[in-house]
Each structure stands twice: as structure tokens, then as C-alpha cells.
Design a binder for this molecule. Sequence first.
Ligand code: ADP
Length: 305
Amino acid sequence: MIRVEGLTKAYGPIQALRGVSFQVQAGEIVGLLGPNGAGKSTIIKILTGYLQPDEGIVEVDGLDVLTHRLEVQARIGYLPENTPLYPDMTVQAYLKMMADLRQIPPEKQTEYISEAVYATDIAGFLNRPIGKLSKGMRQRVGLAQAILHKPRLLILDEPTIGLDPTQLVEIRQLIRRLAQHSTVLFSSHILPEVEAVCHRAIIIMNGQIKADARLADLAATQNAILTLQRPVEGFESAVRQVRGVKRAERLPSTDGPSYRIYGEDNADLCPALFAAAAQMGWPVRELRADTRTLESVFNELATRA
Ligand code: ADP
């Protein structure tokens, strides 16, 4: 659905993107995650045809964004970081204006607007002026305009910024719901946001992609944690003999001796350890794969940037 290849962009002396490449398949929900200034909005503006890259290929649904800008924009629902909403207009009038702008035929407008209103749950305040709505409600109106023309791809720039905790939960649920019908790419500088909504994260820092993986894979390690019911003489040297094990490190623990067992690349450690424990008669209380928090992954990438 999205193909980006070797994207670069400078604003005068500021190199905002330094060779960004990624793909998003239809049906995916992907978070573009990175600190402020990383280049997220620049990528999004290029993808949506509002900004020209210096170099690189950008395709949406197989169409080159640079040469087929209008066709691409017709396929995308876009929620910019600061949605231009008109404070004196009612929600109803605003959606009608957007339907006209989107060139939805007049006879279809009522149906399309109703569907967007229903999906974003804004029926209760259609006659209110936009300026009188809370930030969370305004964001839902912004999402309603983004999905009005039933786009197959939704691109949302920091959709939850400035929301209070209740509104945040509502907008996250709404994004997940919208993702049932469209591919979604959204940006955020907040890690829990990405964890809450999507399965895959593209981590961008300083105009470069630092990681692009399923969240579960980012958190995974080669290691296992093994806890014994009681100390076993010579355990550390015995466990080093197990296939795929590099070394074992004793962890501070109160309920029985606990070890982090370091595995070699691609070693499937838990089954090998389980078999060894059965063979050696080790009194195992717990054996599990070791995982890192995404926060530690993110911090590690940030310090390497
Ligand atoms: P993010 O969305 O991740 O916060 P941006 O894409 O907005 O990052 O910005 C990337 C870099 O480009 C930052 O250093 C920012 O200051 C700079 N930048 C963005 N827009 C402009 C602009 N219009 N003029 C000059 N510099 C800009």
C-alpha cells in the first residue's frame, strides 16, 4: 500500500530525512515512532503529496505520489497534526463542505457523511460550532473528515497529541476500529501510544530509520530466564554445555536461584533448556523467554543515534 525508497529532504541547512525506506502492506496498522524533530511529519507530508522530497521514490497503492498527486490524495484519508477546522462552522456544515471538496456526488453525500459520523460517534454534536468542542471531540471531527470518502489508507499525524487520558483512550479505540477497514499509518512521539494501537513500529530518529519490526520482535531477545527451586551444584557450568547456550548469569532473586541464560543467535533456547532440565533432573520452578521492555529498546536506539 505504501512504498518509500531512499527518501531525502532538506529544509535549507537542516537535513530532515537521510535516506528513508520502508513499506506498508494493505491491512497493516503501523506506528511511525520518534522524538520531536525526527522527521515524522516530513515523511507524512511527502506521502500525502503536500511536500516534494529532494530524492527518493514514494508510491501509494502502486501510484507515484509525485506524478499522480490528486489520484493518491483521493485514496488517502489524512489527519494533519493541526487539522484546519473552522471554529464558527457547525460540524454538519464542515462535513458537508469537506464532502464537496472531496467531490463526493451530492446524492451520495448524506450516506457518506452519516457513515463517517456513525464511525466516529459524533452524532451528538453535529449542530455545535467546532470552536465550542473539546479537543477530543474536535479530533473525532478531524477523523470523520479523514474517512469521509472511504479511503483505503489512513495517515494520521500525532492523532492523540494534547488529549486528556479519557479522550486518549477513546481516540485509540477509534483508530483501532477504523483500522478494520483501512490500512493505517500514524505518527507519535509517545511509545505507549504505539504499543496500544499497532503491531508494528518504524522507529525514526534524526531523519533515519533505526528499527522497523513487529513490536513483539523488538522486545524479544536470544535469552531465557530459568529459576530453580533450590540451588544445584555446578549448575552454571552444566548449563553452558546445553546446545545454543553461551553463558549463564545469576540474577538477584528471593525465591530460589534464578539465572539469565544467554543464547546464541537464532538458538531456540527454551526447548533445549527444557530437555536438558528433564535429563539432568534440575528442579525447575520457571523457564521463560527473556524480553526487554520497548522503552529500553527505544532508549538504547536513542543513545546510539
Ligand atoms: P517530527 O514530525 O518528527 O517532529 P519534522 O518532520 O517536523 O519532525 O521535522 C524534522 C526536522 O526538520 C526538524 O529538525 C525540524 O526542525 C525541521 N523542519 C521541519 N519543517 C521545517 C520547515 N518548514 N522549515 C525548516 N525546518 C523544518
